[in-house]
Design a protein. Structure first.
Length: 118
């Protein structure tokens, strides 16, 4: 049974989905603003929230290990631990915001802009 399971399925297989989630999360963390489809955005926002809360809750070495296990990019883990933890120290959740932009020209997919809150 799927009681209270809120996973959004994207991609054809698990490997493609995981790599797409990691790449999109790294792009959002490094650039702080990314345009993507609404379905991908709904799937990646909880992943980003979890990464930032890992950086806030654990000690530094354990947080580095956990984040680099999920992202494999040293600048993203460095940015989480040095900038974003200080920025969101009073906030418990809700680190991202999504704005509807419109629709993509080719296939009319709904586009969303994901950004980290200031």
């Amino acid at each position: 049974m799927r009681h209270r399971v809120k996973k959004v399925k994207i991609g054809a297989n698990k490997e493609h989905t995981v790599s797409m989630m990691r790449n999109l999360a790294m792009a959002v963390l490094i650039h702080e603003r990314v345009e993507t489809t609404s379905k991908r955005a709904n799937a990646v926002v909880p992943f980003i929230e979890r990464l930032i809360s890992i950086g806030k809750s654990r000690d530094k070495m354990n947080a580095i290990r956990q984040i680099e296990k999920l992202l494999q990019h040293e600048n993203s883990s460095r940015k989480i631990l040095e900038e974003l933890v200080k920025r969101y120290e009073t906030r418990s959740s809700g680190f991202t915001r999504m704005h509807k932009i419109g629709s993509r020209k080719g296939d009319n997919a709904p586009l969303v802009q994901i950004e980290l809150l200031p």
